[in-house]
Write a protein that binds this ligand. Sequence first.
Ligand code: HEM
Ligand code: SF4
Ligand code: SF4
Length: 508
Amino acid sequence: MWIEGWFDHIFGQKWNPTYCLGALGYYYFWIVSISGIYVYIFFDTGIPAAFLSVEYLTNEQWWLGGIMRSLHRYASDAMVAMMVLHIIREFAFDRYRGGRWFSWITGIPMIWLIIIAGMTGYWLVWDVLAQYVGESTTELLDWIPIFGEPIARNFLAPSHIDGRFFTLMTFTHIFVPLFLLFVMWIHLQRVAHSRINPPRGLAIGTFIMLMVLSLVVPATSQGVADLSVAPSPVALDWFYLWVFPLADIFGPGMVWGGLFIGSFLLLITPWLPPAKKVTPAIVDLGNCNGCTRCAVDCPFNAIAMVKRSDGAAFEHEAVVDPDVCVACGICVGSCPTATPFRRAGDLVPGIDLPDLSLATMREKVDTATAKLEGPARLMVFGCDKALKVDKFRGKDIATISMPCAGMLPPSFIDYVLSKKMTDGVVVTGCRRGECHYRLGQIWLEERLDGNRDPRLRKRVPRDRILRSWASATDGRSFEKNITKFKGDIELLGPYGNENPTEKDEAGQ
Ligand code: HEM
Ligand code: SF4
Ligand code: SF4
């Protein structure tokens, strides 16, 4: 969080690359694909035709072919770098357990596919490095007793490697990324509204960076392969080829063991230990009108809209998949029936969280605000995953924390202000891009801005609302913001001084 805060200062929140590592991975994939198609047009399979065709691109057509080759290589490297950072980030932010295991598990074959795609790419150049990669790969494969004869023998003499072999390698190098794309699609099946495109500024900046690198340090070959000579020394691409030096040092058995144990550990990581059991959201059909908002807003595709089962005059009803639901409460914030103004009967919205029901939330707000005193009484709505708001509680500050800021129905803000329970409202939660449940902060912002249902009513004076997004490391700046806000509220005087002339569009 501290590192991301630092990046916020450099890039601004909107272009902070740490917030869109997965999207950058997709972006690099497209650069690799487009540059790869270009290089392939000029690529010749065969010995030494392959080497010569790549040399032609690099030296004679350097102004486009050479750049494309370099882009192909550097974007591939960047993809590995992004993937590693993405894994570390998802792990560090605990976004891989519970209902989120699916994205984690589907990520693991992607690691293998990316590395295999890169390795086969290096074979195709047919330079000294290709020879080293080819020999090392076949030696590694020969350790697994699946081939009748050692395939490393192919590298004993030039006559053993033919055009068909090259065609097979080219096919693998094209097929594996295509399959990777398919797995990348599966990877996001439980990530609703996933972000697969980085913000434009970041995309342009990244592209310029790759272009500069391609021009300053163009990708080159390392001399044509000669099977009668051992390929040494070679300059390695450490993003893709780290496994071979390991095999040289520790032997193929140890390397295979390490790779399989590593993959196995990654596979069981979401259950080491498993996430705390959560009680999923529940739908109350008596209050659900089938509007679909909760299904659209759920960040994990945990809600399906199905045909009405209770005979009510609506077409659909919401159904929660308890195995996918992570109990973030964002659906509660999106339900039009979740409003604290309701007094007739029990406060039961169409969808609710049993662990923190809307009725309990209202009760907590009522109790906490009743004791407030002073000229600038504040209600702080916070989020369990961000800065802990309880420590800011005081004689003029009441706090309540929810699983996610996105759970807050905007009507709660209207409620505390219009009932004069406080003079101002503070909304806080994870920083933009860092929201633990991905979309809570974005949806709430849109609702407060009037761009997403349910909207904050127009009559609510905006100058009495402070939005101060703060992660666990932002305590000091949050405190400063609150102190300043208190001063502003004191200047405004008690709520009701202003004259609400704007008509409320929602008519609630
Ligand atoms: C080429 C490699 C990869 C790409 C392009 C990629 C892309 C993405 C994207 C675009 C997202 C959605 C981010 C969002 O919208 O918030 C995502 C989420 C995720 N990815 Fe990856 N990913 C890759 C590899 C991996 C790997 C190797 C792992 C783990 C082993 C992994 C684990 C996850 C997890 C846990 C999520 C979060 C899902 C959630 O928030 O519930 N990814 N990935
Ligand atoms: S609490 Fe609601 S929004 Fe959150 S995962 Fe469950 S169903 Fe989806
Ligand atoms: S948002 Fe509320 S009313 Fe609309 S479908 Fe979901 S539970 Fe039903």
